[in-house]
Design a protein around this ligand. Structure first.
Ligand SMILES: [Zn+2]
Length: 334
C-alpha cells in the first residue's frame, strides 16, 4: 500500500511538472509543423486535432494565425471556430485594426523579433494578450491579442489594448535572444534565469533582478506558497513595485516597469524602488528612443479616427491589482 502511495506521489509530481511546463508555455499555439521550430510545440495544438473540414481546433481559443511580414500580416490559417468566434474570424477588418495598433507601438526594427501574430478569444483563454517564443534560440516570437478584450467597450477603450501591447512587447524585448541565452541551462547560469534561458550579464532583466530582487529573493520564493503569502509579500514591499501585478515575478515586473516607463508622462524622481526601476530604463538610450517612438506615434491620428490613440493612466489597467502566475514569466491572465 505504501508503495502504491509512493507511485501515486511520483505520478502526481510528474503531472505537476508537466502542468508547470505547459503553464510557462501556456497559450503557445503554434504547431511545430508551421514554423519548423523545436521549442514551442508543447502545449500547442496537436495536428491530429482536426475536424471533418481539415481545420485545426485551437487549444487556447485561437481564431486566426498570421505570419508577420514587414508591415503586413499574412494569414497562415483560420482555426475551426463556431458562434461568436466565427463572427470574429470573418471580421478581418478588426484583425487589421488591432495589427495597425501593434505597428504603431512596435517600430519596424523591433518588429523583426515577431514572426507570428494570432487573434484569439480572451474569454476562452482567460487573458488579454500573450507572447511566446517560436524559435528555441529566442530570436522569433509570436504575439497573441484577444479580440474580444481588444473591442471590449469599444476599440482600445480606456487605452487597455495599447497597454496590453506595450506590456506584451515588453516581454519580448526583455527575453529575446540578445538578452537571454537559451543554450545555457539553469545549473550553468550564474545570472538570473527567467526560465527561457540564462539572462546575459548586461541584460535588462538581470540588472533588475540584481538590484531589486536578489536581496528579497528567499522571501519572494517562500511567498509563492499561496495567495495570502503573496499578498503579505506585496504589502511589505509595495514601494518596490509599479503595480501589484509586477510583484508576480521578475518577468512580469520588467514588463510592467517597461509599460509604466512608456505610459507615465513624467520622469520619476526615484524616491521609491518602483521609481528607481523606471529610472533603470531611462539609463538605456535605446529604450528612451523606443518610448519616444511609441508616445509620438500614438499621438498621430489614425485614418478616419477623430482622436489619437489613448494611453491608460499608469497603474490603472484592468489587471494591475491582481497577481499573475508566479511560474510564468511572460503571460497575462485575468
Ligand atoms: Zn505579462
Amino acid at each position: 500500500m505504501k508503495n502504491y502511495k509512493n507511485i501515486l506521489a511520483i505520478v502526481f509530481l510528474a503531472i505537476s511538472i508537466v502542468a508547470f511546463n505547459a503553464c510557462s508555455k501556456d497559450q503557445v499555439i503554434v504547431p511545430a509543423s508551421s514554423t519548423g521550430n523545436t521549442n514551442s510545440g508543447g502545449g500547442g495544438t496537436s495536428s491530429g486535432n482536426t475536424g471533418s473540414t481539415g481545420q485545426e481546433v485551437g487549444q487556447n481559443g485561437e481564431i486566426t494565425l498570421y505570419k508577420v511580414n514587414g508591415d503586413n500580416i499574412e494569414k497562415i490559417k483560420d482555426y475551426k471556430v463556431t458562434g461568436v468566434d466565427l463572427e470574429y474570424q470573418k471580421d478581418v477588418a478588426k484583425h487589421n485594426q488591432i495589427w495597425d495598433l501593434v505597428k504603431k507601438v512596435v517600430p519596424k526594427n523591433q518588429r523583426d523579433k515577431m514572426g507570428q501574430f494570432v487573434i484569439y478569444s480572451g474569454q476562452k483563454a482567460g487573458s488579454a494578450g500573450f507572447v511566446a517564443e517560436i524559435k528555441s534560440d529566442l530570436s522569433s516570437w509570436i504575439m497573441g491579442i484577444a479580440i474580444d478584450s481588444a473591442f471590449d467597450g469599444g476599440f482600445n477603450a480606456g487605452g487597455e489594448l495599447v497597454y496590453t501591447i506595450i506590456h506584451e512587447f515588453g516581454h519580448i524585448l526583455t527575453l529575446e535572444k540578445s538578452q537571454v541565452d537559451s543554450s545555457i541551462t539553469q545549473e550553468n547560469c550564474t545570472n538570473y534565469f527567467p526560465g527561457e534561458g540564462c539572462a546575459q550579464e548586461n541584460s535588462y532583466i538581470n540588472e533588475l533582478h540584481n538590484k531589486y530582487w536578489k536581496d528579497i529573493w528567499s522571501e519572494y520564493k517562500a511567498a509563492q506558497a499561496d495567495q495570502n503569502a503573496q499578498q503579505s509579500f506585496y504589502d511589505k514591499y509595495k514601494d518596490r513595485y509599479v503595480t501589484q501585478y509586477a510583484s508576480t515575478n521578475p518577468g512580469e515586473d520588467i514588463a510592467e516597469v517597461f509599460a509604466t516607463f512608456v505610459t507615465r508622462k513624467e520622469k520619476p524622481s526615484g524616491n521609491t524602488i518602483a521609481e528607481k526601476k523606471i529610472l533603470l530604463m531611462y539609463n538605456r538610450s535605446e529604450l528612451i528612443e523606443f518610448r519616444d517612438h511609441i508616445r509620438k506615434n500614438l499621438k498621430l491620428r489614425g485614418k478616419g479616427n477623430s482622436v489619437a490613440f489613448k494611453l491608460p493612466e499608469p497603474g490603472k489597467w484592468k489587471q494591475a491589482n491582481t497577481f499573475g502566475n508566479p511560474f510564468k514569466t511572460k503571460c497575462r491572465r485575468h
